[in-house]
Design a protein around this ligand. Sequence first.
Ligand code: ATP
Length: 435
Amino acid sequence: MDKIVALCKRRGFIYPGSEIYGGLAGTWDYGPAGSLLKKNLKDLWWKQIVQMRDDMVGVDAAIMMNPRAWEASGHVEAFTDPLIECKVCHKRFRADKPEDIKEHETLGHKVEGKTVKIEWTEPKTFNLLVEAKLGVVEGDQQTIYLRGEITNGVQVNFKNVLDSTRVKIPFGIAQIGKAFRNEITPGNFTFRSREFEQMETQFYTHPEASEDWYENWKQNRMDFYLSLGVNKDKLRFKDHDPEKRAHYAKAAVDIEYEYPWGWDEVMGIHNRGDWDLRRHTEYSGQDLKYRDLETNEEYIPYDIETSAGVDRSILVLLVDSYTEADVRLFLKLHPSIAPYKVAVFPLLANKPELIDKAKGIYEDLKKEFMTAWDARGNIGKRYASQDEVGTPFCITVDFDTLNDGAVTVRDRDSATQERIQIDSLKDYLRNKIYG
Ligand code: ATP
């Protein structure tokens, strides 16, 4: 894991949040390569979910909501983790994470040179919602919550979407956005952060169809990670034990990945039943029922949710694509999400005719592809630095190019090279990247 964290810092993927001030626990900033990777992942997700499907639409709801919405959704009452404190060092741990507790007990504490047995406080519940104050007059401010999950912004707009579009059940609403949680123990790099991003679908079905749709979305989401080239042996489904299920869930399964510290969650698929719409009906006094215009049946739909962490998905992609082969180190990222699709180099940095030719290709390619330019050092070093950000193709302009109009294209994964005519470069790249 340390190697990945170091690479992320070195190559501009992810930095600790507000680092020059000593950081802020549980926050991370995405750098030039990381923000591209994140955007590519979100764009691909949005394209597949919203653009390519006829039964999905998207929304982008506010982070700040009327606090009643969080009472309705049960988060004020039940969005809690059990917390215990080490009586020796006062560090806090989640009581439902026995591995962390065991690790702390194994490490032990020394007081005045003697090892002391660790004792714990009784578990206390701790609400994860982050509070904020809204309003300009002190004393007249309203306490609100930064959203703890992005679901609620979709649920409160269920009727708006029904009334303003032509959707009919079964249909879904997609959203991508930030969520905030007062995590007790942020850690494992970005895995557990206090500010993070989610990409979610809420898919509304007739209650009787909900189980089939649950199975359908389960497979659909697993296929998404497989299509990005994630190692199939490192992905698995993990059903939630009924007693551990969230307060709203009728059925719930996680997709887990085998991270360097072991199997852990990437995303969840939940059958939320009619929990959200029923509660919002109750708390808002608005009628959120659906009427089937063909059968005249009125009912509160069931909601099949898929909830993926953007940051956890990025972490999976980084960990999974990290490849050390012989003397090379490269990120085997799927070309469709790689930060840069292609890099262009002049063979020698002191030959104006090579630089002009290469610059022309670079200027042309960047209209369509995120393209990197590098004229520093030798070719070997340039390849190595592109490998570390996962650029799938590197193009070198050499003296032959000036005569035959062809360039050398080097493939990141195999390190093999082929000559391609400049005229057919775009088709070549389109094919390789989007297939
Ligand atoms: P965990 O059990 O790991 O705390 P969770 O079950 O509370 O996660 P959900 O509420 O189901 O998570 O949230 C859906 C998704 O949002 C998770 O699968 C994860 O990818 C992401 N997520 C949740 N909490 C965090 C966090 N603190 N940091 C980063 N991503 C998170």
